[in-house]
Design a protein around this ligand. Sequence first.
Ligand SMILES: NC(=O)c1ccc[n+]([C@@H]2O[C@H](COP(=O)([O-])OP(=O)(O)OC[C@H]3O[C@@H](n4cnc5c(N)ncnc54)[C@H](OP(=O)(O)O)[C@@H]3O)[C@@H](O)[C@H]2O)c1
Length: 265
Amino acid sequence: MDLGPGTRALVTGASRGIGRALAEALAARGATVGLAARSAGELRALAAALPGERHVLRCDVADAASVRDAVEAFAAAAGGLDLVVANAGITHYGPFREQPLEQAEQMTRVNWLGTLYTVHFALPHLLAASRGHLVVVSSGAALRSFPGAAVYGATKAAQRMFAEALRHELAGTGVSLTTVFPGEIATSLHDHERDRMPAWYHGGDDAAQPAELAAKILDGVESDARSVVHPPLVRLLGALHNLNPRASDALLRRLRGTTAAPRRD
Ligand SMILES: NC(=O)c1ccc[n+]([C@@H]2O[C@H](COP(=O)([O-])OP(=O)(O)OC[C@H]3O[C@@H](n4cnc5c(N)ncnc54)[C@H](OP(=O)(O)O)[C@@H]3O)[C@@H](O)[C@H]2O)c1
């Protein structure tokens, strides 16, 4: 699918980070952009800074009715839907045995159910038009999860398996799907927990910029890529992990230290 003037794109989690970078990249190409998130003030400020037609959609992806309303409002205002990006997500890192159940439930609602709701309410619009594209922003943690990210990784793996099956189910419909597996990207994702991130986490200066990832995602949509993986080392780690988990653990120990893969059996 070609992205440009005439493309009607809805992005969840558009107020910051990867979603904001995607909204900026889409607006720069002349697309009509639906900006969905909870922070209406940040969305309004972004909408004011973007060129072209943009719609602020206050939406909590953990709430099915809120997602339905945002999708329907955008489709009505823009006259349809072409591209839908299920990107909104949160983290709570830490050892599972110390993690409050509420945090695990919240990640499950936002990351996994939020994706499910977004696709559920958007897909009928795309199928009715026999064209369009879905993007599911998962994580490198869905390819090889990390100590401290047991529940986060599980929610990202749920997105991955959902998207993998759905891409095949959509064959021949005119609608397609790309899954995104980011590594460490410089966003506000961990701002609330920076002081207690595990030792294996680099973040900071080592993290890739959201605009780089956004450009790769738009390329991936236009080339109908099955997946977009950035930085590229994440792909190598995922492939190696599938073939030989011990070898990927050894690689991680070299790259990130023993806290990334403490067991050797
Ligand atoms: N940054 C990384 O290193 C990295 C790595 C792998 C995967 N990812 C994935 O990339 C996606 C985007 O994350 P990011 O790094 O850009 O993080 P971010 O800067 O914290 O942005 C997260 C976005 O999600 C929105 N959001 C959170 N909860 C929401 C809810 N209940 N309803 C609607 N929107 C909600 C936030 O907006 P409001 O707070 O205004 O609602 C914000 O716009 C996530 O799915 C994340 O898991 C990120």
